[in-house]
Design a protein around this ligand. Structure first.
Ligand SMILES: [Zn+2]
Length: 288
């Protein structure tokens, strides 16, 4: 019997090991052979829904076209948006101000994007606990970006870490990706708004013991996220399964299975995970 696994956060462009090399393979345009191999790996693992987090090379858009042949319902923002000068170049395009953000939204529509993905904060550095690679957008900016994107009819997926930014995003966005370093206040905001949290445990788990990063910081980051998830479930927060499939240490297919295992290790019930997954699928549906 088919398992119907949901991968609510992945990047088909990435290969689970080396981002730069993976990107180079699509240098002259999306490489269909590679895309088919990754889709086949997902199919083999039982993945039937894949929500891409975007890339700067059009690989996710090409993958969407082929996904039906692999029995995968595939949705994508095309590319992700980030404030110019902050983190996000590797997955998309920048915007300097709200006017340029609106221009980018019309590009998302034109290229066949199903929803909008915005980077609101940096990535986790694993040097010191809670450390991020750059400053986060302010709560005011976060609210305004949500207003503009929703005004254009888009559902919004946001990459965000750090208490203040996650809390602001929880009140106005449709899904929180990563969402590390929150607290009970953040969880209450999530429960109240009904936003879906995609905690990407597999991506952080892959840093535990990785050379060049502080092992204790990585382990503590994972441990605290697991503890937050337990509380989140008891508060009624919607939680979905997304591994950051394709990120370093998170190969397509295997990554989704790891994420599911970690969500269960956190103590989440199958019902909670299935409900969160379905909610993502309902909100982030195919538009093109
Ligand atoms: Zn991602």
């Amino acid at each position: 019997m088919k398992e119907n696994l949901y991968e609510c956060h992945g990047h088909l462009l990435m290969d689970g090991s080396d981002y730069a090399k993976a990107k180079n393979r699509h240098e002259n345009g999306p490489d269909e052979t590679i895309i088919r191999a990754e889709l086949a790996a997902l199919e083999k693992a039982g993945v039937t829904y894949f929500r891409d987090g975007g890339d700067a090379c059009g690989v996710c858009l090409a993958a969407k076209e082929l996904s039906g042949e692999y029995g995968i319902d595939y949705v994508t923002p095309g590319f992700a948006l980030h404030k110019t000068g902050r983190y996000g170049d590797i997955v998309g395009r920048g915007f300097a101000d709200y006017a340029e953000f609106k221009t980018r939204l019309s590009e998302v529509k034109a290229c066949g994007g199903d929803f909008v993905k915005i980077m609101l904060s940096g990535i986790i550095t694993f040097k010191t606990y809670g450390g991020l690679s750059c400053e986060s957008l302010s709560p005011e900016e976060i609210k305004e970006l949500a207003n503009i994107a929703h005004g254009e009819g888009f559902a919004v997926m946001v990459h965000v870490n750090g208490k203040e930014a996650v809390k602001a995003a929880a009140s106005c966005m449709d899904s929180i990706e990563h969402g590390y370093f929150g607290d009970e206040d953040v969880l209450s905001a999530m429960a109240e708004s009904g936003v879906v949290w995609v905690p990407t445990l597999a991506a952080v788990s892959a840093f535990v013991g990785r050379p060049g990063f502080n092992e204790e910081v990585a382990a503590l980051t994972l441990k605290n996220q697991l503890a937050m998830l337990r509380k989140a479930e008891s508060l009624g927060v919607s939680i979905a399964c997304g591994s950051d499939s394709g990120a370093v240490g998170v190969p397509h297919g295997e990554g989704t299975r790891t994420e599911l295992r970690l969500l269960k290790e956190a103590g989440l019930s199958d019902e909670t995970i299935a409900a969160g997954n379905e909610k993502i699928r309902r909100i982030f549906r195919k538009q093109n």
